[in-house]
Design a protein around this ligand. Structure first.
Ligand code: Q9C
Ligand code: ZN
Length: 350
C-alpha cells in the first residue's frame, strides 16, 4: 500500500453555514417551501461522520475576504453586509429586477437588492452573509488542501451553493461563487478546468471566466430552454475574445440516465482534458441530477455517482470537489459519499 493511501479525504464545513434558512421561494407563481434547506447539509454531514476512517472533517478558520475580492465586485458584499442588520424574522425578497435600460443602484439600500439578484428564490436575511462567506471559506480551505499537495482530492461542503453567482450578481440559491474563488486561487499555478455536473447550467462561473483561457469552464445540464437559468447555458456559447473555445455547454434531455451521462463524459470531457492539459480540476458537484430530485430532470442513481467519481479520478488530476445543488435531502449524503468513494476506490488515484 503506498504511503499516502491511508490518508483521509479532507472535508470542510463550518456550523454557521446552517444559520442561513431561506423559508420559501416563488416558483412560477407558486409559493413553495425553499428547496435549499439546512437538512441537505445535515444529510451530507451524517454520511461523512458515519465514515470516520475515510474522511477528516474540519472547520475553516478564517473568513475568506481577500479570496472573495478576487472574484466578486465589492458591491455584492456591501449589500450582503447591509442585510445583516435585518431583524431576525425579516427576509428581503427583491421584487424589482432591472433590465438593460435600468442601470443605477446603491448596494447600501436593501430595496435595491433586485439590481444584483436575478430571481425570486435567493432571499437575503441577517445570516446570509455569514453562511455564504463560510461556504466560500470551505472552498478556499479545500483548494489549499489540494494545492499544497496535502491531498490529491478534497471536498468542500459548500452550502449555500455557488455556481449561479456572477461577479456582481446572485441567484439560484447562490451568493458567492465558490468554484470561481477556488479556480482563481489556483490559476497562478497553472491551467484550471472547472467541470460542473450540477443539473443546472453554471451561469455565474461561465460569465466570470467567459473571456479567459487559463480557466476552462464546462457545464453539463438540462436544456435551459426548459430549465433554470433559462437565458444562458446554450451550446453555442463558447467563450469570447481570447477565451473563445474555452467554455463548453453540454445539454442533455430530460430523463438522462447514468449510462447516457457516462457516454457524455467519455465523449466530451476526455478530449478537453487531453487538449487543454489542466493542472487542476474544480468539480462543481451537484446532485440534482438524481432520479428523485424534486427540481432536476435527469435520472441518475446512487451508483452512477460512484462511476462518475471513478471517471474523474482516472483523469489523474488534483481535484477540488465543491458541493453545489441536490435537493432530495434524504439521499444527498448517500450520493455525495458514492461520488467520493468513486475516487477513493480507484486505486491508481490517491
Ligand atoms: N424561482 C442550484 O442547484 N429555482 N440552484 C427556479 C424559480 C431555481 C438551483 C424556480 C433553481 C436553482 C445550485
Ligand atoms: Zn442545480
Amino acid at each position: 500500500m503506498p504511503a499516502n493511501k491511508s490518508k483521509k479525504t479532507p472535508v470542510f464545513f463550518h456550523t454557521d453555514q446552517l444559520n442561513h434558512k431561506p423559508l420559501f421561494e416563488w416558483a412560477f407563481g407558486q409559493k413553495i417551501k425553499h428547496p435549499e434547506t439546512t437538512s441537505r447539509a445535515e444529510s451530507i454531514l451524517k454520511s461523512i461522520q458515519a465514515n470516520p476512517a475515510t474522511y477528516d472533517l474540519r472547520a475553516p478558520k478564517r473568513f475568506p475576504l481577500d479570496a472573495i475580492k478576487g472574484i466578486h465586485n465589492t458591491e455584492l458584499s456591501v449589500l450582503y453586509k447591509r442585510a445583516k442588520s435585518l431583524p431576525k424574522d425579516k427576509t428581503m425578497y427583491p421584487s424589482v429586477f432591472p433590465k438593460r435600460d435600468l442601470r443605477t443602484a446603491d448596494p447600501t439600500r436593501l430595496q435595491h437588492a433586485g439590481y444584483y439578484c436575478f430571481d425570486s428564490g435567493t432571499p437575503l436575511n441577517s445570516t446570509t452573509w455569514s453562511a455564504a462567506a463560510w461556504s466560500a471559506a470551505c472552498a478556499v480551505e479545500t483548494t489549499k488542501a489540494v494545492a499544497t499537495g496535502e491531498s490529491k482530492m478534497a471536498y468542500g461542503l459548500c452550502r449555500p451553493p455557488g455556481h449561479h453567482a456572477g461577479e456582481s450578481t446572485f441567484g439560484g440559491y447562490c451568493y458567492l461563487n465558490n468554484a470561481a474563488i477556488a479556480a482563481h486561487l489556483l490559476r497562478s499555478q497553472g491551467r484550471v478546468l472547472i467541470l460542473d455536473i450540477d443539473f443546472h447550467h453554471g451561469n455565474g462561473t461561465q460569465s466570470i471566466f467567459y473571456k479567459n483561457k487559463d480557466v476552462f469552464t464546462v457545464s453539463i445540464h438540462g436544456d435551459p430552454k426548459d430549465y433554470f437559468p433559462f437565458y444562458c447555458g446554450h451550446e453555442n456559447e463558447r467563450g469570447e475574445g481570447i477565451g473563445k473555445n474555452h467554455n463548453l455547454n453540454i445539454t442533455s434531455p430530460t430523463g438522462t440516465d447514468g449510462q447516457e451521462y457516462m457516454r457524455i463524459l467519455q465523449k466530451k470531457i476526455l478530449p478537453i482534458v487531453k487538449k487543454f492539459q489542466p493542472k487542476f480540476l474544480v468539480l462543481c458537484a451537484g446532485f440534482d441530477t438524481y432520479v428523485s430530485d424534486p427540481i432536476g430532470g435527469f435520472a441518475l442513481e446512487t451508483e452512477d455517482y460512484h462511476d462518475i467519481g471513478g471517471f474523474i479520478a482516472k483523469l489523474g488530476l488534483p481535484t477540488i470537489v465543491l458541493q453545489e445543488g441536490g435537493y432530495e435531502a434524504k439521499s444527498l449524503g448517500r450520493n455525495v459519499h458514492s461520488l467520493l468513494s468513486g475516487f477513493n476506490d480507484f486505486k491508481h488515484y490517491l
